[in-house]
Design a binder for this molecule. Structure first.
Ligand SMILES: C[S@@+](CC[C@H](N)C(=O)[O-])C[C@H]1O[C@@H](n2cnc3c(N)ncnc32)[C@H](O)[C@@H]1O
Length: 265
């Protein structure tokens, strides 16, 4: 029985290693190609197929095996341009053709990247699936700011939260007591649409308006930008940056120790 070729699969050679195909979820880090792990680089250089997201930086795409088939799957937050089911199906179909199939994601694949659905789909299909971690954008931004997110005496808790749920609104289930903890550092992924409400709720839960906050845009990339702010002024600071580019907000007393970096070389 003939099997239909998935979109973009034409011309890809099966991976030379014996054995069945597999899917590897690979973290590309926040953008600087020097922040890729050695394992991620090896996989990019030997992949038969690479399915990649909108936020994977161009210099990282340039490292992909030239013979590999590249499939853009353009996911961008809650407004995905392609349904997740279609991506899952492509991963499974490519691996079943015996191909080393890399699913390349920004930052770390296991942080706000819908990796769970892809892993579960592969498992359900009996396709081997592995994960190669990447540096999450929060760590990339903290490194650029030379700011310890758990600065001794300042922060006893580090929490990554998302600024939106599947509908695009601020998630109802956020733990406001934890967010208002003065000894916490909170990193908000995808903060742009809901930052005003998030600030209002955090202030309402008791976090001081003077708490240091930093807006990080395109962290570790040549066009990175930072804005230093406070919780009370954060909504204005985010709005003033006016960009569709990837943005994080870091909040907490530990950020008082941050230093703005020299521009990326
Ligand atoms: C779908 S999430 C993916 C997160 C990714 N898995 C990670 O570990 O960083 C996309 C969000 O990550 C953040 N992000 C990714 N790269 C970034 C960067 N270089 N600078 C600032 N924020 C970034 C932004 O909040 C963006 O909207």
């Amino acid at each position: 029985m003939s099997r239909m070729q998935p979109i973009g699969a034409e011309g890809a050679a099966p991976h030379s290693a014996p054995g069945p195909g597999r899917v590897v979820l690979v973290g590309s880090g926040p953008g600087d190609p020097d922040l890729l792990t050695v394992k991620a680089l090896k996989l990019l250089q030997t992949a038969d197929v690479v399915l990649y997201d909108m936020l994977v930086a161009k210099p990282i795409l340039d490292l992909i095996n030239p013979a590999a088939v590249r499939i853009f799957v353009g996911k961008k937050g809650y407004g995905d341009t392609r349904p997740q089911d279609g991506i899952n199906a492509q991963l499974i179909a490519q691996a079943r053709l015996g191909r080393l199939t890399v699913r390349l994601k920004s930052g770390d694949p296991l942080i706000f990247g819908r990796a769970g659905e892809e892993i579960e789909a592969c498992r359900a299909a009996g396709v081997p699936v592995e994960v190669v971690p990447g540096i999450t954008s929060a760590q990339g931004a903290a490194a650029r700011l030379t700011a310890s997110l758990t600065h001794r005496m300042e922060a006893r808790r580090l929490q990554y939260i998302t600024g939106h749920d599947a509908t695009g609104g601020l998630p109802e289930s956020l733990d406001w007591r934890a967010i208002a903890d003065p000894q916490a550092t909170t990193v908000v992924y995808m903060p742009r649409r809901t930052i005003g409400e998030l600030v209002r709720r955090a202030l309402g839960a008791g976090l001081a308006a003077a708490t240091p906050a930093i807006v990080a845009i395109n962290a570790t990339r040549p066009d990175e930008r930072f804005a230093v702010s406070t919780l009370g002024d954060l909504a204005r600071a985010v709005a003033a940056t006016e960009t569709p580019d990837p943005t994080l907000v870091l909040i907490g007393q530990a950020l008082a120790h941050a230093r703005l970096p020299e521009p990326v070389a």
